[in-house]
Design a binder for this molecule. Structure first.
Ligand code: BG6
Ligand code: MG
Length: 220
């Protein structure tokens, strides 16, 4: 038996945008006197834009200094810098192994879903030229709770018409692995430091159909 669907995170699984998020947040944070480094940025993986800003303000001890309107302005400014930097994305920016895996899943008739909390996800898939390889993309704009809440993964399952327990979810962030596990999906983590992944791989080029299939047979 095969999984009913394979559901992917975007940033860090399909393409590596973490450094672009970092560059944009670092610029905005530094304008308000908060210096963040890459280690701190790693803790923002899988975390929504608004919640990322809240964590940056908290990190800088400035949470009480900004009204909601000012926060919205900061988040909008960060997004403008980020969106500008997305211009550099092309099909070459797809992480190793991902395109082949998406094609193979399509050929095998296994539905694919996207569960990214990024409001820029549709634009990014478009720039990578792989929108057509996804059966259903959950709408981050309709999600109330960021990962590690399972809401976005459950929305992807709902859109695909599949049950979470019959799916594989793939993530590079700890918050994402926790979200996948919380809804009863089987989790695959990309990254050496991830905890509680059903299968942990070091790089996306290890994400092949034989690897997924063997994991699924073992997990069932
Ligand atoms: C996640 C990223 O995929 O999307 C986070 O890992 C980011 O770093 C979040 O904050 C929201 O993205 P966006 O594009 O809506 O600001
Ligand atoms: Mg990610």
């Amino acid at each position: 038996m095969n999984p009913e669907a394979v559901i992917f995170d975007l940033d860090g699984v399909i393409t590596d945008t973490a450094h672009l998020h970092f560059h944009a947040w670092r610029q905005v944070a530094s304008e308000i006197g908060i210096e963040i480094d890459e280690a701190f940025n790693n803790t923002l993986k899988g975390i929504s834009r608004g919640e990322s800003l809240r964590r940056i303000l908290h990190f800088g001890g400035r949470e009480a200094d900004f009204s909601q309107a000012q926060r919205d302005e900061l988040a909008t400014r960060k997004n403008s810098i980020y969106v500008e930097s997305l211009n550099q994305l092309t099909a070459q920016s797809i992480l190793p192994g991902i395109h082949d895996l998406l094609l193979e899943l399509k050929q095998r008739g296994i539905p694919t879903g996207l569960a990214s909390v990024s409001l820029n996800a549709p634009t990014i898939l478009n720039m990578l030229g792989i929108t057509d390889l996804f059966t259903f993309c959950a709408d981050a704009g309709k999600i109330a709770r960021s990962k590690p809440d399972p809401e976005i993964f459950l929305a992807a399952c709902h859109g695909l018409g599949v049950s979470a327990q019959q799916c594989i979810g793939i993530e590079d962030a700890q918050a994402g692995i926790d979200a996948i596990n919380a809804c009863g999906m089987r989790s695959i983590g990309i990254g050496a430091d991830l905890q509680h992944a059903g299968l942990r791989l070091l790089s996306t080029d290890q994400l092949t159909w034989p690897c997924l299939s063997a994991f699924w047979q073992r997990a069932k």
